[in-house]
Design a protein around this ligand. Structure first.
Ligand code: TA6
Length: 308
């Protein structure tokens, strides 16, 4: 089973508008509601790829119920979310049909009480005993300690479970020092972590800080991988238009899938690129267009070489 952790789950709401303008009122042409938060999206994509997945984190209130109802409809996915008194947040993606751009509005999330955090830690340790890999994804809700991911990484490592971290800011900085197996920052997150705006230098610097493998996501320009087995650059065959929300989560899903099935790095990266692009083609995060995925898989360019 692959375990995904989303401490700040969300009810993802996608609005389509003809053209988004500040200070104007808009008619929404389409509304999509899905269970969300980064690890939930990763879990939904992994389940659609045929993996057995368990999703944990927190859920509460009416929004939390909607998240859990959505998860119950997904095949291959087990809901192990810990109930909390506060209400799960909403995250809103506004897709501008004219420009093709997406604007994201993320609520902070509910206040997590110390007893709820303690309950989660017990559940996490139990779930890890049956996990082949774990992904720790997204922002932290208020009340969860800023060093939370560092602690979760240490627990996973002590049990021999490979761990992927996908977060930003101080939780990322502290998490990296706990030596996760893989991190997947975007260029901004990597620059904030290392102080370097050169992605090549920044990936090496992040590894020196503790991450065993760094997969830097360069948006439409692909992925840069620095691993103990070698360094590669993976580039999509062209630009794909659509809604990019959740494209990074699909890359994480592909990296985890490749990890547990032991694919060679260049193949893992090709899957990550094709699956991200196929998510841009889907209407909402946590979903992908299977035809685009299969079509693009053989057309991703991977350059680089094995070796330290
Ligand atoms: O935890 P955050 O960093 O706020 O990210 C959450 C958001 O990111 C997304 O997963 C897209 O990656 C959205 O679905 C939304 O839930």
């Amino acid at each position: 089973m692959i375990l995904t952790v989303t401490l700040n789950t969300a009810l993802d709401i996608t609005y389509r508008v003809r053209s988004l303008r500040p200070h104007a009122s808009h008619r929404v042409s389409e509304v999509i509601e899905r269970p969300g938060g980064k690890g939930v999206n990763v879990g939904r994509v992994l389940a659609a790829l045929g993996h057995e997945v368990t999703v944990t984190g927190f859920a509460g209130g009416g929004t939390g119920r909607a998240v859990r109802d959505g998860l119950a409809r997904a095949e291959g996915l087990t809901d192990a979310l810990v109930p909390v008194a506060g209400a799960t947040r909403r995250t809103i993606a506004v897709v501008d049909e004219h420009s093709g751009d997406t604007t994201q509005l993320n609520e902070p999330g509910p206040q997590i009480a110390p007893a709820e955090w303690a309950m989660f830690l017990d559940r996490y340790a139990e779930l890890l005993s049956g996990a082949s890999a774990v992904a720790l994804c997204g922002s932290l809700p208020p009340g969860v300690p800023v060093g939370a991911y560092a602690g979760l990484i240490r627990t996973a490592r002590s049990l021999g479970v490979p761990v992927l971290l996908d977060t930003s800011g101080e939780p990322l900085r502290r998490g990296v020092a706990a030596r996760p197996d893989i991190i997947k920052p975007n260029a901004d997150e990597l620059a904030e972590l290392t102080g370097s705006h050169d992605p090549l230098r920044a990936t090496e610097s992040a590894r020196r800080r503790g991450a065993h493998t760094v997969i830097a996501s360069l948006g439409p320009n692909g992925l840069l991988a620095s691993t103990p087995e070698g360094r590669w650059r993976a580039t999509p065959p062209g630009r794909v238009h659509g809604n990019p929300t959740g494209a990074g989560d699909s890359a994480v899903a592909a990296l985890l899938s490749g990890l547990v099935t032991r694919l060679p790095w260049p193949t893992r990266l090709a899957h990550a690129i094709a699956l991200s692009a196929a998510t841009v083609r889907a209407p909402a995060a946590g979903e992908f267009d299977r035809q685009t995925y299969e079509e693009l898989l053989g057309r991703v360019t991977v350059t680089g070489q094995a070796g330290r």
